[in-house]
Design a protein around this ligand. Structure first.
Ligand code: NAD
Length: 330
């Protein structure tokens, strides 16, 4: 099939090209994001392949449908960037990579926890400046701390296991509790109890109308003073302005983000020669107890390899009419 592949970097092209060696689809790589302004680039293709910040709204989808596009092959797990109702109405199938490496994301979340707790980001800079003082670097033992895991699917489950391995007490919230965690004795509690009792809260649920801004001023008010908040899920799970107020009042003691609600205009690009225009993001960067990575939790060799293989397999299954073999988003 001829596939217009959007939001590609050199690493995407490398892994997708390798995965396509047997399948021999025609992959047309574009660096630009897919949105209503760039949809024209998909003309003459049969499918598009997209990533987390492509904007598959009703307008973009209508243009794709008019070009005869029948498949959106997402090379990611989340699908909050797609207007699924519009896609369904237009008869466009949406496939995703449901699982590539839950370890990649869970291990990155652990990295954020350790970095914040032991101030590794500040320690690294100090030593390079010939400054070996410890003032301000005081951490805390993770053992016996309570970790609240929100969303206990593939990533949440691995994160819970890792933190349990360190000696933390795990509590979880999920409308559909993970059976393995349940069986292993992890208590599933109400969100309110989790806000109240967790020392560390980590978000691993999808972004949808129920979870949008689930961390808001109400939720923050219920949390322990000095709580550590980690978000490797999606930016929209957090009301960033409320979190900034929480940091200023010291209610939130540590914030680790891999995702940001307005990341679509920032992440994955090099703007080091330009002025930062997002004042909310700029405020976040002023806090010493905030660590932000640019949506890189998924970014391991194993994950990129799996993403590329599953994406190409989804396209091949679609071409051969093997819809039951695809991971379709309905
Ligand atoms: P998953 O589908 O395996 O698990 C999601 C879990 O969230 C499910 O158990 C589901 O029941 C639960 N859930 C649904 N609604 C909820 C709610 N209102 N409150 C609490 N839990 C709820 O997904 P996964 O593979 O574990 O991925 C989780 C999320 O992580 C994805 O949706 C994606 O947004 C994000 N993600 C981020 C990166 C990254 O690089 N930062 C990479 C992959 C995935």
């Amino acid at each position: 099939m001829k596939v217009a592949v959007f939001s590609t970097k050199a690493y995407d092209r490398e892994f997708l090209t390798r995965a396509n060696q047997q399948a021999t689809h025609t992959l047309v790589f574009h660096e630009t994001q897919l949105n209503a302004q760039t949809a024209l680039l998909a003309q003459n293709s049969e499918a598009v392949c997209c990533f987390v910040n492509d904007r598959l709204d009703a307008d973009t989808l209508a243009q794709l449908a008019a070009f005869g596009i029948q498949l959106i092959a997402l090379r990611c797990a989340g699908f909050n960037q797609v207007d699924l109702a519009a896609a369904k109405q237009l008869g466009i199938k949406v496939a995703r990579v449901a699982e590539y490496s839950p370890h990649a994301v869970a291990e990155h979340a652990l990295g954020l926890v350790l970095m914040l707790n032991r101030n590794l980001h500040r320690a690294h800079h100090r030593v390079r400046e010939n400054d070996y003082s410890l003032n301000g670097l005081l951490g805390f033992d993770l053992v016996n701390k309570t970790v609240g895991v929100i969303g206990t699917g593939k990533i949440g489950q691995v994160f819970a296991s890792i933190m349990r391995g360190i000696g933390c007490r795990i509590m979880a919230y999920d409308p559909q509790p993970n059976p393995e965690l349940l069986a292993s004795g992890v208590p599933f509690v109400s969100l309110e109890q989790l806000w109240r009792e967790a020392d560390i809260i980590s978000l691993h649920c999808p972004l949808n109308s129920h979870t949008y801004h689930m961390v808001n001023s109400d939720a923050i008010a219920q949390m322990k003073t000095g709580v550590m908040l980690i978000n490797t899920g999606r930016g929209g799970l957090i009301d960033t302005r409320a979190v900034i107020e929480g940091l200023k009042s010291k209610k939130i003691g540590y914030l680790g983000l891999d995702v940001y609600e307005e990341e679509g205009d920032l992440f994955f690009e090099d703007y080091s020669n330009q002025l930062l225009q997002d004042d909310v993001f700029a405020r976040l960067l002023t806090f010493p107890n905030v660590v932000i990575t640019g949506h890189q939790a998924f970014f391991t060799r194993e994950a990129l390899d799996a993403i590329a293989r599953i994406t190409i397999a989804n396209i091949t299954h679609f071409e051969q009419g093997e819809f039951q073999q695809m991971v379709l988003v309905e």
